[in-house]
Design a protein around this ligand. Structure first.
Ligand code: 4AD
Ligand code: MG
Length: 454
């Protein structure tokens, strides 16, 4: 059986044609001789109105018992709709009830549910308008990420999920256990220590130094016990890595990528974006258009600190040169001062990982974070330290066991080149694009401390 997707049907409006659709009932309303059934198949936000004549064979026993959540297959003729707000409707010749949904227990009723409530029913929440829209937007963004890099000749690399290297050095690596530890604590992966990757960067560097421009896009894990609206223990990250590239080149690619993604999503998912604009974040579409249409702002970390110190604000976390910028500082800069994405570069070496390239001043590194209004950091990246001696010294200072990273140092022994890359947090991106306040709404099954089953 082939079915017509409601998305195609509403776009193409094939008046007079006979089609079959399959989906889930949203509502049913009866008048004298007819029932009006709103069916949604997830292909788009819009429902298809199905008109069922009481002369249909299963009208009393089947159709009149349909309630929200039931699954149906409908065959019928497409006709122009006299109702407002929809162009076409389907006059049913046959409605087959595929699966019932007990109205006494089905949790999705017609009213709007809170996102907190929906998180508890992760297995049913994609059937709501908002979460369905998020899923479609997320899928399209992933597609557009690949399109952006593939169009520019980047090679996609599948970096490993199981690894021994803690790229960010922040001690947030989940350790893996086979369940049968053989060599004592810390050697749970068949006799050696291994964990879940916090970033594919170090392995992406390996491929960049062979293939030039590469990217990886996969799940990453952080064992952080934080309960915020922008942190997950499992999230997806897009990480391009470019050989023969410095910080300025890195910044250009990041800005180009973000603008490309915004342009694409506004055009490809206009209806879903309109929903977010109406119900989630007023004015969202206009704001994103303006972000895509103008240059990002750029300041150095040192300038950011001066700006914060001269702001006349008292922050919970006092500002002085050397601190890591806290979310209240980032939000002040993006939401109140710049009101557009802000690239902050050249952070103190002491608060950044070992792989970032030391600047000539000896105390800052060629790092870049991109901060966006409403969220804060969405991108973190840098030019990498390509000088063997400098890198070795920094790793020693950071207390890293060099034996575990001989391969990484080798990249600087054999044909080293300036190279750079960044990580774009995919969920932070979806949050930015959808206007969702909490990151738990933009990933199908959020993993945070105490996550709901499923
Ligand atoms: O700034 P981060 O830690 O950078 C790296 O991992 C680099 N190795 C990336 C690179 O240069 N290839 O993380 C990058 C981005 C952040 O800016 C943020 O958007 C996202 O990943 N991120 C998280 N998103 C959700 N939950 C978390 N716990 C996140 N931690 C980082
Ligand atoms: Mg970061």
């Amino acid at each position: 059986r082939t079915y017509t997707k409601i998305r195609q049907l509403l776009a193409r409006q094939p008046l007079g044609e006979t089609v079959r659709v399959a989906g889930w009932v949203r509502t049913r309303r009866d008048t004298g001789g007819f029932s009006f059934i709103e069916v949604n198949d997830g292909s788009c936000l819009g429902n298809l109105q199905v008109i069922a004549d009481k002369r249909l064979g299963n009208y009393e026993a089947g159709i009149k018992r349909l309630t929200a959540g039931c699954s149906v297959e409908v065959e019928g003729t497409v006709q122009e709709s006299p109702a407002r707000g929809q162009a076409v409707e389907l006059v049913a010749a046959e409605i087959k009830v595929v699966g019932w949904a007990d109205p006494e227990t089905y949790p999705l009723q017609k009213k709007r549910h809170s996102f907190e409530f929906l998180r508890e029913i992760a297995h049913l929440r994609p059937r709501t308008n908002a979460l369905g829209a998020v899923a479609r937007v997320r899928s399209r963004l992933a597609y557009a990420v690949h399109a952006f890099f593939q169009e520019r000749g980047f090679i996609q690399v599948h970096t490993p999920i199981i690894t021994t290297s803690d790229c960010e050095g922040a001690g947030e690596m989940f350790q893996i256990s086979t369940g049968q530890p053989s060599g004592g604590p810390g050697t749970d992966f068949f006799g050696r220590r291994a964990g879940l990757t916090v970033s594919g960067q170090l392995q992406a560097e390996v491929y960049a130094l062979a293939l030039g421009d590469v990217y990886t896009f996969g799940p990453t894990f952080r064992a952080e016990n934080s309960n915020t609206s922008r942190h997950l223990a499992e999230f997806w990250m897009i990480e391009p890595e470019m050989a023969f590239c410095d910080l300025a080149g890195n910044r250009r690619i990041a800005e180009e990528l973000l603008k490309y993604l915004l342009d694409d999503i506004l055009a490809a998912c206009a209806e879903d974006m309109e929903l977010f604009d109406r119900f989630i974040a007023k004015g969202l579409v206009e704001r994103l258009r303006s972000v895509a249409g103008q240059d990002f702002a750029h300041i150095t970390y040192t300038e950011a600190v001066e700006e914060l110190q001269h702001s006349g604000r008292t922050f919970d976390f006092p500002v002085r040169w050397g601190i890591d910028l806290q979310s209240e500082h980032e939000r002040y800069l993006t939401d109140e001062v710049y009101r557009r994405p802000l690239v902050v570069t050249d952070y103190p070496a002491a608060i950044k990982p070992f792989y970032m390239r030391i600047n000539d001043d000896g105390r800052t590194v060629a790092a870049m974070d991109i901060l966006v209004p409403g969220i804060g950091e969405i991108v973190g990246g840098s030019q990498r330290e390509e000088r063997y001696e400098v890198l070795e010294r920094r790793m020693q200072e950071a207390g890293i066991d060099l034996d575990d990273y001989r391969w990484y140092l080798d990249l600087r022994r054999y044909g080293t080149v300036p190279h750079a890359g960044f990580g774009l947090g995919f969920e932070r991106l979806v949050q930015f694009v959808s206007g969702m306040a909490n990151i738990r709404e933009v990933i199908p099954f959020p993993r945070t401390p105490g996550f709901a089953p499923c």
